[in-house]
Design a protein around this ligand. Structure first.
Ligand SMILES: Nc1nc2c(c(=O)[nH]1)N[C@H]1C(S)=C(S)[C@@H](COP(=O)(O)O)O[C@H]1N2
Ligand SMILES: [Mo]
Length: 362
């Protein structure tokens, strides 16, 4: 069965390389099903067999080494529920639309990852004190900015050696799927998912800032084509409305539940507010998240009265006091779009033909 035969397969954005966003139905679940989880690939999908996989650890370490899959599994196991969000998520909402994949709002998902803290492997090799970063290498490569490169990203040494930075082998209880980085990928809580190098085959300790294409050309905030303002790192506070679905038709006087998810880069969500047609903001109820890096469920009862189209907005605020802006913050490459979530619904009496026509011309 191919991905497109699955009832809840991701919605393809580009076929080659394969990029796809999570379908709305998958957000009904706290953990986004693997089959429905968004995929972001810059090059092709390498097919790596676990029993032939090797990770090389080198650079400024006392004892460079290689590690196989079973050796990795033997080093421990830690489970974490993590939101993964592409830094380009929401780009198509920016005006003018920056170049890059035209993501809607669904290049995001939350899954339970299991793996081994990178720290455990680094400790075995012994990290030289001069180390400022670790560079992580994926098995995929191709042409980018006129160069032939591997997919490589670096992390500051304290982030790389944080006990929650994992070499993940499992997602939602099953071994990683090929498109999500099998057999081993990096996952870094709280950061935009570009940090989460898939098909991981190498890690090296370095004493200078890494300047690879995906570190300094791509995945940086720039006001214009000029000097970058800084790299894409922590996920900005954000929310998603999962019900009602866009264009839903509801009867006046019928109570419904507006619900969704909210998250911020490793910081708890403190508040979610919902607004109808530009009126007052109403505080939604928050559910307890399944872990410090998981998303927070929120909901609010709403009884629409007036027939017609209604615009619902949701905005989250995190424990640091950061709130989603109403309009997408623009930057030249379209990263970090965290504008308030928005959905339009149609309220009409059942069987009202005019309402039906109005629903269709939207
Ligand atoms: N090796 C490799 N790792 C990668 C990428 C890639 O193209 N190659 N894409 C990154 C980006 S930009 C994102 S958003 C996440 C997406 O992870 P997913 O496809 O499992 O959802 O993987 C990251 N890791
Ligand atoms: Mo991404």
């Amino acid at each position: 069965m191919t991905a497109t035969d699955l009832p809840r397969a991701p919605e393809t954005v580009t076929a080659d390389p394969y990029n796809a966003q999570t379908p709305p139905a998958a957000f009904a679940e706290r953990m986004t099903p693997v089959d429905a989880f968004f995929v972001r690939d810059h090059f092709g999908i390498p097919r790596l067999e676990p029993h032939r996989w090797r990770l090389s650890l080198g650079g400024l370490v006392e004892a460079p080494c290689e590690l196989g899959y079973d050796e990795l599994l033997a080093l421990g196991r830690r489970e974490l529920d993590l939101v993964l969000e592409c830094a380009g998520n929401g780009r198509s909402l920016m005006a003018p639309r920056p170049p890059g994949l035209p993501w809607g709002e669904r290049a995001v998902g939350c899954a339970r990852f299991a793996g081994v803290p990178f720290q455990a492997i680094a400790a075995r090799a012994g990290v030289a004190p001069r180390t400022i970063e670790f560079v992580f290498t994926g098995a995929d490569s191709g042409e980018a900015h006129g160069r032939r490169v591997s997919f490589e990203r670096s992390l500051p040494v304290d982030v790389a050696l944080h006990p929650d930075t994992l070499l993940a082998t499992h997602m939602n209880g099953v071994p990683l799927a090929a498109e999500h980085g099998a057999p081993v990928r990096l996952v870094v809580p709280g950061r935009y998912a570009v940090a989460d190098v898939k098909w991981l085959v190498g890690a090296r300790a370095v004493a200078e800032p890494f300047t690879g294409v995906f570190q300094t050309d791509e995945y940086v905030y720039r006001a214009s084509r000029g000097t970058p303002d800084g790299p894409v790192t922590t996920m900005r506070v954000k929310s998603l409305i999962t019900a009602p679905e866009p264009g839903a038709v509801v009867a006046p006087g019928a109570e419904l539940t507006v619900r969704g998810w909210a998250w911020s880069g490793g910081v708890p969500v403190r508040l979610v507010e919902v607004q109808v047609d530009g009126g007052n903001w109403h505080e939604a109820g928050l559910a307890r998240p399944s872990g410090p890096y998981a998303w927070t469920g929120w909901s609010l009862r709403w009884t629409p009265q007036r027939p017609g189209r209604h615009r619902l907005l949701a905005r989250a605020t995190d424990a640091l006091g950061e709130t989603q802006p109403l309009r997408a913050p623009w930057n030249a490459q379209g990263y970090g779009c965290n504008a308030a979530a928005s959905v339009e619904v149609l309220v009409r009496m059942p069987g009202n033909a005019q309402g039906t026509a109005a629903a269709q011309d939207g």
